[in-house]
Write a new protein. Structure first.
Length: 361
């Protein structure tokens, strides 16, 4: 038998391969208080275990149906990376998931995130996860865990990607949309905070074509840098919409994400039903006029790419419209009466009028 010591990797071999376990542990330690601050009834939001538990009964549910969503932030992340501003993309991540839960009538309960990068930069990652925790706080759900993946060779220097996973619940029989949507119902629009998290491949192309820097003043809002203006986080509509749902004032909702107004509203409409929207009935952020004018984007393309100032749509009975608007306004939303439900035998399910009032080309 040989008495030679076998060749074994040194203690720092994994670090030499590009994975820093100590940096990962430092990040976990840094975000534990952030996660703890999102604790809610049913979950303690502690990190460090192999899985997370949620007590639906403790949260007040009697006969719940679970609803789950997953989403990302898209190429908006490239702006955050180039502008070196990572504070708000975590809010975007949560918003993209929980706003999809609420349109089905579900209350968001728990959230998990996935953060992947080539080399972990703790300071930037902490900013991202702090944003995730803030988004969870706004939505009333617990940040119960996630995964930080350091994968050398998979991403360029400074690059990272995000994915989010949310679970909510709704009592059986309370799912949305309701089957009672009918012609004459009112379409309400809740104001967006800006571009939100869709259409950024086009936004980035426009910025590149115009040879603008993200540190330059925004052409549509000189009080901010272009990067800061474009990184305005996606609005989270959960608390306001839960109030309206619990008042039984809402028949359906649509989260206006990729596909814009034209493709998201039809997802909640029954066959033979459409909506007619008046684009002059709401005040859109100036970024949309700038995008349309800068690239000569026609109104139809604008409305199927961007939210154009409306981040969430609610359909209500005429008799419930004032009640729903009062609840949503009291909860801090800007609400507009933007259209009406009508029969639609053929053609597009969304007819959008007077677009030039909102995004003149």
């Amino acid at each position: 038998m040989s008495d030679q010591t076998p060749n074994t990797p040194s203690r720092g071999a994994y670090a030499e391969a590009g994975v820093d376990i100590d940096a990962g542990n430092a990040l976990v330690d840094a975000i534990k208080p952030l996660a703890k601050a999102t604790a809610r009834i049913g979950a303690d939001a502690g990190l460090g275990g192999f899985g997370a538990l949620f007590d639906l009964k403790a949260a007040g549910f009697q006969d719940p149906i679970l609803v789950s969503t997953t989403d990302g932030v898209g190429t908006k992340l490239k702006i955050a990376i180039e502008a070196n501003d990572h504070r708000h993309v975590g809010i975007d991540l949560v918003a993209m998931c929980v706003n999809d839960l609420i349109v089905q009538g579900a209350e968001p309960l728990l959230f998990l995130d996935y953060f992947a990068t080539g080399k972990l930069e703790v300071a930037a990652a902490k900013q991202v996860i702090a944003g995730v925790a803030e988004g969870c706080r706004q939505a009333g759900c617990a940040l119960v865990g996630g995964e930080t993946a350091e994968m050398p060779g998979m991403y360029g220097k400074g690059d990272y990607d995000l994915a989010g996973f949310a679970v909510g619940a709704v009592e059986r029989g309370k799912l949305l949309p309701k089957e009672s949507i009918e012609p004459g119902d009112i379409v309400l629009g809740l104001a967006s905070s800006g571009v939100h998290s869709n259409g950024f491949s086009l936004v980035r192309k426009i910025v590149s074509d115009l040879k603008l820097g993200y540190d330059a003043p925004a052409p549509f809002d000189p009080s901010k840098s272009l990067g800061a203006a474009l990184l305005t986080p996606t609005r989270i509509y959960v608390r306001a919409m839960l109030e309206a749902i619990r008042s039984d004032a809402v028949k359906a909702m649509a989260h206006i994400t990729g596909g814009g107004l034209l493709e998201n509203i039809p997802r909640v409409l029954p066959k033979g039903i459409g909506v007619r929207l008046d684009a002059s009935s709401w005040a859109a952020p100036s970024v949309f006029g700038w995008l349309a004018a800068s690239a000569g984007i026609d109104p139809h393309e604008m409305a199927r790419t961007f939210n154009c100032g409306i981040g969430m749509v609610a359909i209500v009975a005429p008799a419930q419209a004032e009640k729903a608007m009062e609840i949503l306004t009291r909860c801090g939303e800007k609400v507009f009466r933007i259209g009406v439900v009508e029969p639609r035998a053929s053609g597009e399910a969304v007819v959008l009028e007077r677009c030039g009032k909102v995004w003149p080309v």
